[in-house]
Design a protein around this ligand. Structure first.
Ligand code: PEP
Ligand code: MN
Length: 346
C-alpha cells in the first residue's frame, strides 16, 4: 500500500508512522511526491486486518492506497514453490519440459509416427489439436473426439502425456477424459466461461497468452482458472501481434522473466506459432530457454509438406532432433537440463 502523508506532517510524524508500520510487519520505503512524504509499505506475511483503517484515522495521513495486484492465487507472493506436477512430469523444476507433436491430429499413422519420434528425442508430452480454432470457416477444424482417441493411444504407446485444445466450455468434460493437460488457446484466453469450466475440472491447464493480451490480463485469466479449482496452470507465451508482419507473430521473450517475477506459475513458450516458419523455430526455442522458460510447445510433423494445418512451421523429425541437441547445450548453460532419451524407448 501507499501511505501519503499530509503536507503539514513534519519529520517526527513520518518517523512515528514508519516505526509503527515496521512494528506492524511492513517493510517501509520512503519517497516524496510534490513535497510530501510518501511511505510505500509492503506487508511481510499477513498484516493486521485493521492496519489500513488505523492508518486512515491517523491525523498525519492524507490517504492510503492499497497496492495489491488484482490477481492473488497466481501471484508470486502467494507461494514459495514454482512447480506444477502433471503425472510424473514436473513443470517449473530443473528439467525443461518439451511438449511436441503436430498442430492437429490428422490420422493414426501421422500421430503415431510423431509420438514415437518425439518420445525418442526426449519430449515428455505429445501435442495435437482435435478441436481446432480456424480463422476461416472453410479451414480444417480438427477430427474432434476421434482425434482425441488417436492422440491418447499414440501417447500411451510411447509413454507420453498429452495436451490438446478445448475451445468450448461444453467440451471440457470430453476433452478432459482423453488428455492430461487442457490447452486454452490464444483466441480463448478471455473466454471466461471456458476458463471457469476448465478450472472446475481440476485438470492441469496450459494457458496461452492472447495475441494482444497484457501480462496482467493473462494472469487474471489464470486467476479465473485457479479460483475455479485448478492451480495446476502453465502459462504459454506464443507471440503477440505487433506492427511487424514478417513473422506470424512477435515472440515476446520479455514475457518469460516478467511473468515469472509476477507469478509463481511455470512459463512455457511456443516458438512455432510465434515464428510461423520452421527455419526460425529453433532460434526462438533456444532464446526462450536462455530467458528462463520452463517448457516448450513445438510443432513437429513426420512429413510437414503433407500437413493439413501449419505445415510451414512444423519441424521435421531431423530438425527436431537438432533442436533437442542444441536445447541440451543451452539449458546446461542456464543451469537446467532437458530429458534425454529414456532407456526403455528405443
Ligand atoms: C495451437 O497450439 O495449435 C494453437 C492454435 O495455438 P494458438 O492458440 O497459440 O494460436
Ligand atoms: Mn498450429
Amino acid at each position: 500500500m501507499i501511505v501519503v502523508l499530509r503536507a503539514t506532517a513534519g519529520p517526527n510524524e513520518a518517523l512515528r508512522l514508519r516505526d509503527w508500520l515496521s512494528c506492524a510487519g511492513f517493510e517501509v520505503a520512503t519517497t516524496h511526491d510534490a513535497g510530501r512524504e510518501v511511505l510505500v509499505a509492503s506487508a511481510i506475511g499477513e498484516p493486521q486486518p485493521d492496519t489500513v483503517s488505523r492508518l486512515r484515522a491517523d491525523p498525519a495521513v492524507e490517504r492510503v492506497v492499497p497496492l495489491e495486484r488484482p490477481y492473488r492465487l497466481v501471484a508470486r507472493m502467494a507461494r514459495d514453490t514454482r512447480t506444477v506436477l502433471v503425472g510424473d512430469v514436473v513443470f517449473g523444476g530443473g528439467e525443461i519440459v518439451v511438449m511436441a507433436g503436430p498442430c492437429s491430429v490428422e490420422s493414426e499413422d501421422q500421430i503415431t509416427a510423431a509420438a514415437r519420434h518425439v518420445a525418442r528425442s526426449g519430449a515428455k508430452v505429445l501435442r495435437g489439436g482435435a478441436f481446432k480454432p480456424s480463422t476461416s470457416p472453410y479451414g480444417f477444424q480438427g477430427l474432434g473426439v476421434t482425434g482425441l482417441v488417436l492422440l491418447r493411444d499414440a501417447a500411451l504407446e510411447s509413454g507420453l502425456l498429452t495436451v490438446s485444445e478445448v475451445m468450448d466450455p461444453r467440451e471440457v468434460d470430453i476433452v478432459a477424459r482423453h488428455v492430461d493437460i487442457l490447452q486454452i488457446g490464444a483466441r480463448s484466453m478471455q473466454n471466461f466461461d471456458l476458463l471457469k469450466e476448465a478450472g472446475a475440472s481440476g485438470m492441469p491447464v496450459l494457458l496461452k497468452r492472447g495475441m494482444s493480451a497484457r501480462y496482467e490480463e493473462w494472469l487474471l485469466a489464470a486467476e479465473y482458472v485457479a479460483l475455479a479449482g485448478s492451480e495446476r496452470i502453465v502459462l504459454c507465451e506464443r507471440g503477440i501481434r505487433t506492427f511487424e508482419p514478417t513473422a506470424r507473430n512477435t515472440l515476446d521473450v520479455t514475457a518469460v522473466p516478467a511473468v515469472k517475477s509476477l507469478s509463481w506459475l511455470p512459463v512455457a513458450v511456443d516458438p512455432s506459432h510465434a515464428a510461423g516458419r520452421s527455419d526460425w523455430v529453433p532460434a526462438l526455442a533456444l532464446a526462450a530457454v536462455a530467458a528462463g522458460a520452463d517448457a516448450l510447445l513445438v510443432e513437429v510433423h513426420p512429413r510437414p509438406s503433407e500437413s493439413v494445418k501449419d505445415g510451414v512451421q512444423a519441424l521435421d523429425p531431423a530438425a527436431f532432433d537438432d533442436l533437442m541437441a542444441n536445447l541440451r547445450l543451452i539449458s546446461r548453460a542456464v543451469g537446467r537440463s532437458v530429458s534425454t532419451v529414456p532407456e526403455t524407448v528405443s
